[in-house]
Design a protein around this ligand. Structure first.
Ligand code: SF4
Length: 509
C-alpha cells in the first residue's frame, strides 16, 4: 500500500556527523538526487529504485518515488536510505508508465518526513509530483507573497513552494505553468515533475546542478548524474542545457524552453567531491578530472615522501593522480567502513568518543615509519582532517604526515544547496594556510590553486560557480540563508537584522 502521508516508522533523523564525530565536526554533504523515467513498457518503479540506489550518495536522509499509471499518481516516501524505504512489495504494487524519484539531504527545511520528496500536489489540472535538487535564494520572499493566500503547506521546503507555484500558477497546462513560474525562481534547481502522462525536467538558468538525459530502447530518462543510467543499462544522451525545460512523453523528448544555453555557474564541487567518479558531467569523466586535480597538486606542492594515500572514497582518484605525477608510490593507507553510512542506531558514549575510527581504519603496513602524503578533497572545519592526521600518526605510526587538498581553501558559505551557511563554519575563513597546518598537526599542507582546478574541469571559469572559494557568487545573495528559513513564525528574513550575513557576496568582486 502506498501513501502520500507517510509516517516516521519510529525512526529519528539525525545528521551523520552528530553520530560519528564531535558535535562541531562538519563534512560537506551532497544536496539531493533526482531521477525520472517515461517508459510505458518498463517497470518504471523498479527502474527508478535502481536509479535512486545509484544516486544515494547525493542524499541519505529520505527517499521517495511517485508513479503515474496514465491517470493516477501514487507515491511512497519515507525517512532512510533507498534500501530502507522500499520493500519488494512496495515496488511490485507500483504499476505505471512514468515515474520520478528523489534522494534527499535537507538544505531548506528540517530533516523530517513531511519534507521528504517527491512533493505530491493536487491541482485543477490533475495531480502532480515533483523532486528538487538545489536551493532557492528567494524562497522567503516567494513564501511571503503567498502568505495572504489560503494555501496550506504540509512541509517547509523551498521545493514545496515551487510545486505550489506550479499548481496555482497561470496557464492552461502544467507545461505552461512550469514555463510561467520558472523565471520567478532565483537560485539553484534541477527539477523533475511527474504528470499523468509525462515527466518534465527543468535545469536552472545557471546550470548550477547537473541534470542529464538518458535512453533505454523506447524509454527516456533524466537523472542528476549519468551513473544512474549505467546501473539500469541505459545510455547517456546529453546534459540538459542551463535554462532547459524538457518534456518526456509518448512523443519522446522535446524541449519547450526558448533560451537554453551552456552552464554559466555549474557547481565546481560537483567535480571535486559531490558527483560519483563514474559520472560524466559536461563531457568530462569525474574520475579523470580528479586525477588531473591530483597531478596538478603534485606539481604545485611537491614534497619528499615514501607513499601517497587518499581519504576514501572521494579523494582516491586525486591521490592516484598525485602519485602518478610525483612518482611516489600510491598505497591504500586508510580503509573506510563502507556500510556504516547514515545509520539510525545511536552509538553509545564510548563508541561516540571513538569518532573518526568508526569510519576509517589505518593500514599500518602501508604507513608505518613512512613519510606519508595524505590527499583529501576539501577541509571544512578541519576536525575530520585533524582526526585523520592524528590517526595516521598513532594507529598508522607514520613518521611524517603531509596533507594535500585537491581544491582551494573553502572560505565562504554556499547559498545554492550545500549545507555550509556561515563563514565561521569554515576553518579557512579565519586562518592562513600556515595556521591551518599547525591546527591540523600536519607536517605540511598544500591546497590546489583555483587556476589548476578550473583547468582540470575543461570548462571556462565563466561556466563555473566558485562562490565558496572566491566569494564571487553567480547571483547576489544579501542574506544568510539557513536551512530553517521557511520554518520561522515570521519568515520575513529580509527585514530581520539577526539573520543578515556578515558578508555581502557580490558579482565579479
Ligand atoms: S558556492 Fe561552492 S558549493 Fe555552492 S554551488 Fe558554488 S561552488 Fe558549489
Amino acid at each position: 500500500m502506498h501513501n502520500d502521508n507517510p509516517t516516521w516508522g519510529g525512526i529519528l533523523p539525525v545528521h551523520e556527523d552528530q553520530y560519528w564525530f564531535s558535535p562541531d565536526t562538519r563534512v560537506l554533504v551532497e544536496e539531493c538526487g533526482v531521477f525520472g523515467i517515461h517508459a510505458p513498457k518498463e517497470d518504471v518503479a523498479r527502474q527508478t529504485f535502481f536509479g535512486l540506489y545509484t544516486l544515494q550518495h547525493r542524499g541519505q536522509e529520505s527517499a521517495g518515488i511517485a508513479v503515474s499509471d496514465g491517470n493516477q499518481i501514487t507515491s511512497h516516501r519515507k525517512m532512510g536510505l533507498v534500501s530502507q524505504v522500499f520493500t519488494e512489495q512496495d515496488l511490485a504494487s507500483f504499476e505505471g508508465i512514468a515515474a520520478i524519484g528523489h534522494t534527499r539531504y535537507s538544505t531548506t527545511g528540517s530533516s523530517n518526513v513531511e519534507n521528504a520528496q517527491p512533493v505530491v500536489m493536487d491541482t485543477d489540472l490533475g495531480r502532480i509530483a515533483m523532486g528538487h535538487n538545489g536551493n532557492l535564494v528567494n524562497a522567503a520572499e516567494l513564501r511571503r507573497e503567498m502568505a495572504d493566500s489560503d494555501l496550506h503547506f504540509e512541509g517547509n521546503t523551498d521545493s514545496e513552494l515551487i510545486a505550489f507555484m506550479v499548481a496555482n500558477g497561470p496557464g492552461t497546462s502544467i507545461e505552461d505553468r512550469i514555463k510561467n513560474i520558472i523565471p520567478r525562481l532565483q537560485g539553484s534547481f534541477s527539477l523533475v515533475f511527474l504528470t499523468a502522462n509525462s515527466v518534465i525536467a527543468v535545469r536552472d538558468e545557471l546550470g548550477n546542478r547537473p541534470l542529464c538525459l538518458g535512453r533505454y530502447e523506447g524509454a527516456w530518462l533524466v537523472s542528476s548524474e549519468s551513473c544512474a543510467f549505467e546501473a539500469i543499462d541505459a545510455s547517456f544522451e546529453r546534459d540538459l542545457l542551463a535554462g532547459e525545460i524538457l518534456v518526456l512523453d509518448d512523443a519522446g523528448p522535446r524541449t519547450i524552453s526558448k533560451d537554453a544555453h551552456g552552464p554559466t555557474a555549474l557547481c565546481v564541487f560537483e567535480y571535486i567531491y559531490f558527483a560519483r567518479p563514474d559520472s560524466v558531467i559536461e563531457g568530462s569523466n569525474l574520475h579523470e578530472v580528479r586525477q588531473r586535480l591530483g597531478a596538478s597538486l603534485a606539481i604545485e606542492h611537491p614534497i619528499t615522501a615514501d607513499v601517497v594515500i587518499g581519504v576514501p572514497d572521494s579523494a582516491t582518484a586525486a591521490a592516484i593522480g598525485y602519485s602518478n605525477a610525483s612518482g611516489i608510490p600510491y598505497g591504500e593507507g586508510l580503509v573506510k567502513s563502507r556500510y556504516i553510512g547514515r545509520t539510525f542506531i545511536q552509538p553509545d558514549n564510548r563508541l561516540r568518543k571513538l569518532g573518526i575510527k568508526m569510519k576509517l581504519n589505518t593500514l599500518s603496513s602501508i604507513t608505518k615509519d613512512k613519510r606519508v602524503i595524505v590527499v583529501d578533497d576539501s577541509i571544512v572545519r578541519g576536525n575530520t582532517t585533524r582526526a585523520i592526521v592524528e590517526l595516521l600518526r598513532t594507529s598508522g605510526q607514520a613518521a611524517e604526515v603531509h596533507v594535500r587538498i585537491s581544491s582551494p581553501p573553502m572560505r565562504w558559505p554556499c547559498f545554492y544547496g550545500i549545507d555550509i551557511q556561515r563563514p565561521d563554519e569554515l576553518i579557512a575563513n579565519s586562518m592562513s594556510v600556515e595556521e591551518i597546518c599547525h591546527n591540523l598537526g600536519a607536517d605540511s599542507l598544500g591546497y590546489l590553486s583555483l587556476n589548476s582546478l578550473i583547468e582540470a574541469t575543461q570548462l571556462q571559469d565563466s561556466q563555473l560557480c566558485t562562490g565558496c572559494l572566491t566569494r564571487n557568487y553567480p547571483i547576489p545573495v544579501q542574506l544568510e540563508m539557513d536551512k530553517l528559513v521557511l520554518e520561522r513564525p515570521d519568515s520575513n528574513v529580509a527585514n530581520n537584522p539577526d539573520v543578515r550575513t556578515s558578508i555581502q557576496p557580490t558579482l565579479g568582486e
